[in-house]
Design a protein around this ligand. Structure first.
Ligand code: IPE
Ligand code: IPE
Ligand code: MG
Length: 249
C-alpha cells in the first residue's frame, strides 16, 4: 500500500500570516517542455497545466491569499500552430464549463482580462456566464489573462482617456496614475505583490507591464505542470525574506 500524500490545508507554520502577498500573479510557463521530456504531445502539458492551476487556486484559498492572476494566453500566442491554439481555446471552454460548480462551492470570483472579443464566440459565452454567476462570491478573486497583452492594454487605456479629453470631460493634467489604472482591465484588482514565473525564463513576455512596477519577482526552474504546494511554499518563503523598499531607504 502507498501512503497518501499529505496535503497542507493550513498555512505552513514557518510562513507569517500577516506578511503574505495580497495578490499573486503567475506566468504559467513550461507546459510544452514538460510534455516533450516525457515524449508526449505539447497538448498533454497544457492538460496537466490546468491541474496545476486548479491546485494553486485551491492552495491560495486555503492559505488566505486574496487574489490570484494567471496568464493563460498572450496576444503573441496566436502565432503558435493552429492545432495548438484550437486545442487551448477548446480546453479553456471545457474547463470553465466543468469547474463552474466547484468555483461556486469554493466561493471563487472569476474574471477574465484581455481582448476577449477576439476569442471564439462559444468561449466568450462561457466566460460571460462564469463571470456573471460568480460575481457575488466573496472568496478569492481569480483573474485569468486570456488574449492578454500588456502593451495592447496600455494603448487601449490611452485611447479611452484621449477620447474623454477630446469630449472635454477631463483635462490632460487630471490624468494621473490612479486614473490611468482605472482604465486598465485590472481596475478592480490592484497590483500584484508577487510575480511567479515557472520554467526558468527571465522575462515578462508582455504580462501586466504597468501593474508589475513594484512586484517582487520569483523565478523557478520547475515546469508549470510540476508547480505544486511545495513549490508555492518556496516562493512564499522567498517573498517573506524580501525587503520591499519601494524606493525608500
Ligand atoms: C505555457 O507553456 C502555456 C501557454 C503559453 C499557453 P508553454 O506552452 O509556453 O510551454 P513551453 O514554454 O513551450 O515549454
Ligand atoms: C507567456 O509564455 C505566456 C503565457 C504563459 C500564457 P510564453 O511561452 O508564450 O512566453 P515566451 O514566448 O517564452 O516569451
Ligand atoms: Mg513558454
Amino acid at each position: 500500500m502507498t501512503a497518501m500524500p499529505t496535503i497542507l490545508q493550513e498555512l505552513p507554520s514557518d510562513l507569517d500570516q500577516d506578511r503574505l502577498p495580497r495578490h499573486v500573479a503567475v506566468i504559467m510557463d513550461g507546459n510544452g517542455r514538460w510534455a516533450k521530456r516525457r515524449g508526449l504531445p505539447r497538448i498533454m502539458g497544457h492538460r496537466r497545466g490546468v491541474d496545476a492551476l486548479k491546485g494553486l487556486l485551491r492552495c491560495c484559498n486555503d492559505w488566505g491569499i486574496k487574489s490570484l492572476t494567471a496568464y493563460a494566453f498572450s496576444t503573441e500566442n496566436w502565432g503558435r500552430p493552429h492545432e495548438e491554439v484550437d486545442f487551448l481555446m477548446t480546453l479553456f471552454e471545457r474547463v470553465l464549463l466543468r469547474e463552474l460548480q466547484e468555483m461556486m462551492q469554493e466561493n471563487v470570483r472569476i474574471q477574465f482580462v484581455g481582448n476577449l472579443e477576439a476569442l471564439p464566440p462559444s468561449l466568450q459565452a462561457q466566460i460571460e456566464r462564469s463571470m456573471t454567476e460568480t460575481q457575488n462570491n466573496h472568496g478569492i478573486q481569480f483573474t485569468v489573462a486570456t488574449n492578454y497583452g500588456g502593451r495592447q492594454e496600455i494603448l487601449q487605456a490611452c485611447r479611452e482617456i484621449a477620447s474623454l479629453v477630446q469630449q472635454g470631460k477631463i483635462q490632460p493634467d487630471e490624468i494621473d496614475e490612479a486614473m490611468f489604472s482605472q482604465h486598465l482591465y485590472t481596475a478592480n484588482v490592484g497590483d500584484p505583490d508577487l510575480l511567479i514565473r515557472t520554467s526558468g525564463e527571465m522575462r515578462l513576455s508582455n504580462f501586466l507591464l504597468w501593474q508589475l512596477a513594484y512586484a517582487e519577482l520569483y523565478i523557478t526552474e520547475a515546469l508549470w505542470p510540476d508547480f505544486d504546494r511545495t513549490e508555492f511554499h518556496r516562493a512564499l518563503s522567498s517573498y517573506q525574506k524580501r525587503d520591499r523598499r519601494f524606493g525608500k531607504v
